[in-house]
Design a protein around this ligand. Sequence first.
Ligand code: CO8
Length: 303
Amino acid sequence: MALRAALRIKSALPGLLSQLSSSSSHGRVCASSVFVSQQRKNSTTPKIAVDFDQSTGVAVMRMKSPPVNSLSLDFLTEFCISVEKLEMDKSCRGLIITSSLPNVFSAGLDIMEMYGKSPEHCGEFWKAVQEMWLKLYNSNMVTIAAINGSSPAGGCLMSITCDYRIMVDNPRYRIGLNETQLGIVAPFWFKDTMSNTVGHRTTEMALALGLLYNPAEALKVGLVDQIVPEDKLMTTAEQTMAKWLAIPDHARQITKSMMRKPTLDKLVSKREADIQNFVGFITKDSIQKYLRGYLEMLKKRKA
Ligand code: CO8
């Protein structure tokens, strides 16, 4: 299974890396989807657009996978390669993650990747979810989630994995780990990340009830750090980033590592067991039934 995952990433790499290889310091345009100027390095893959401003050291990543930026295997592969690429570029010190879709930041894991799929596929998918979390939670960059829409489950995980969260103050938007509402259980590292953000008691209630918070409620429990009007989102993210980048990198990075290492180590040491646990759980008939019911509910709600 690990080999299949490695092969998948390997086979995707040449194409993606050539699209992402916007680091030509001579300013040569090497692909139609890549624009390079002296100050900016833009790269686009089908589901992710990155605009890196070298004058500030800050990259803005826009998720652009309609209809809801669900975290599919393809999305996660592109996401991880994009983050890795920025991480390797020492001139990139900060990353702002946002959505280019209206009203949705990310709908979380793509349920279609977990429904009616083989155990091998589920394992490969879960490994990619772990990889996204490991890359972001362990990032040396300052990471800010600019949450411009609903962000349930895996979308919330992506947000709380960042260093700071700013959410658009629209009462229709929701954020939270709502897994129990689908009849599934947030894994320990989802729970740990939430607990590290809002504390044990709030996490216990939120996870047990699958709570989805509106922006004002999310701010109150500390799930987001700031709420702003839609038109102030990106300027607020940039100003916040400047504040974080004013701290010497080494001091901030060592502090971040000190705070997060025990949580990271826990998954790293149990990674394979966590994959087996997920596969065993998600492929159960009873869980598949819950997922089918949930998908039907989503469709009915739309009708
Ligand atoms: N995966 C796949 N498809 C989805 C998802 C999703 N997560 N969310 C929505 N869609 C689909 C809908 O079915 C719909 O499809 P279609 O057009 O074919 O009918 C389409 O996307 C558009 O959806 P909506 O009409 O609902 O879009 P809205 O803009 O009205 O609402 C929302 C956007 C608020 C994001 C809404 O779609 C929603 O609430 N989606 C469900 C979100 C959710 O519950 N996600 C949970 C995923 S599970 C997860 O992330 C963690 C799992 C951990 C597993 C642990 C197991 C051990």
